[in-house]
Design a protein around this ligand. Structure first.
Ligand code: LMR
Length: 394
């Protein structure tokens, strides 16, 4: 049996992580996987997370199973963080998931179960795991235009023209904020237009929100998701706590489904629980409990928000430094879009050959489509990256 297995193509982002690790050059710069790093290159445990973990160690009395959908307090706390005070709570079904990827996977399973044959529209480009999981589940993935390589912004006219083609019942993945891989995002007015169009077409938005707090702040970063939730009859949301709580390896995520009516909630909730049971039974709980502890304790929450804001402002500062360093070198604002982008990532617009040259000649590791993790920089490496970009002829 096992000898019949075919070799699998490596995941490009994870392969890049391994290549960086194996590079012996001391000056190498890691702009690959979406993990936050501070100026010294460490991925710290956030202060509030440490405090919540200590509290849990002291007070937790059992580690018996949770419910199949996880701890309801986690769903309440995280859905409130994302959906805000106007959340349609009476139409909401939720299930905790092993990370954002788990939430995407279960959301796609739910779509396949509820609407076999529904297509999944993806932005061009998108996080490579979206099409990969959809293909694995046999879901067709047409794409809609998103990134304008000329301006480094969103090709909104192209996006709307393509989304006008979605069929009733199709699902559309939208990045809630901090678009991965481009860093280019919709304005609130554009979100309103998308929400109206999808409602007219009878399509189901599926928001992937993995970087809330990394773009313009916790509230503005949730605005697009909230506009959709206020407008459309039904939608799915996959949320990750990996990045904004820095608990990557704890695998902490939530799948939310807004049903068209309160009557449809019990069946939706039952389907989410059943899918968890079929795939892994009970979702991981430690990270979820840490997040709940932080979000429901005023002091811990304030400290978490303050630290997240430091992280966000640090990345914004690096964006501005990089755009300025490039302006000095090329004598124009050609790379000004790097300062306008938000979140961890920016797509630089380099060719695969230029990306390879930067890796070979300067030890700069970015994903092959020229996605850069801005958090992989610090004030000392910004000029080195700017030199590498210019030397590669980008
Ligand atoms: C990324 O895009 O780098 C992250 O979401 C990590 C991953 O799993 O790909």
């Amino acid at each position: 049996m096992l000898t019949d297995l075919k070799p699998q193509a490596p995941d490009k982002i994870l392969a890049l992580m391994a290549a960086f690790r194996d590079d012996p050059r001391p000056g190498k710069i890691d702009l690959g996987v979406g993990v936050y790093k501070d100026a010294s290159g460490r991925t710290p445990i956030m202060r509030a997370v440490k405090a919540a973990e200590r509290q849990l160690v002291e007070t937790q009395e059992t580690k018996t199973y949770t419910g199949l959908a996880g701890d309801p307090a986690f769903a309440d706390a995280l859905s409130a963080l994302i959906l805000g005070p106007d959340a349609p709570r009476d139409r909401l079904a939720c299930a905790a998931q092993p990370g954002g990827t788990g939430a995407i996977r279960q959301g796609l399973e739910l779509i396949r179960m509820a609407a076999p044959g529904a297509r999944l529209w993806l932005s061009n480009p998108t996080w490579p795991n979206h099409p990969a999981i959809a293909a694995y589940l046999g879901i067709e993935t047409p794409s809609y235009r998103y990134f304008d390589a000329e301006t480094g912004g969103v090709d909104f006219d192209g996006m709307m023209a393509d989304l006008a083609e979605v069929a009733p019942g199709d699902a559309v993945i939208l990045h809630g904020c901090c678009h991965n891989p481009t860093g280019a995002n919709l304005t609130p007015d554009q979100w309103r237009d998308v929400a109206a169009l999808l409602t007219r077409r009878g399509a189901v938005p599926f928001v992937d929100i993995a970087y809330q707090g990394f773009g313009d702040g916790l509230e503005p970063d949730a605005e697009g998701t909230r506009i959709l939730a206020r407008t459309v009859p039904e939608m799915l949301i996959a949320a990750s706590c990996s990045k904004n709580f820095g608990i990557y390896r704890e695998r902490t995520g939530l799948l939310m489904a807004i049903a068209p009516s309160t009557d449809a909630v019990p069946v939706t909730q039952g389907a989410l629980a059943m899918l968890n049971r079929m795939n892994f039974s009970f979702p991981p709980d430690h990270g979820a409990r840490v997040v709940t502890t932080i979000l429901t304790d005023d002091a811990l929450r304030a400290d978490w928000e303050a630290e997240l804001e430091e992280v966000r402002l640090g990345m914004l500062g690096l964006r501005e430094q990089l755009a300025a360093a490039l302006r000095d070198r090329v004598g124009s604002d050609r790379f000004g879009f790097l300062a306008a982008h938000r979140g961890m990532f920016s797509r630089l617009g380099a060719t695969p050959e230029q990306v390879e040259a930067m890796r070979r000649d300067h030890g700069v590791y970015m994903v092959g489509d020229s996605r850069m993790n801005i958090a992989g920089l610090n004030s000392a490496t910004v000029p080195l990256l700017a030199d590498a970009i210019v030397a590669a002829g980008v």
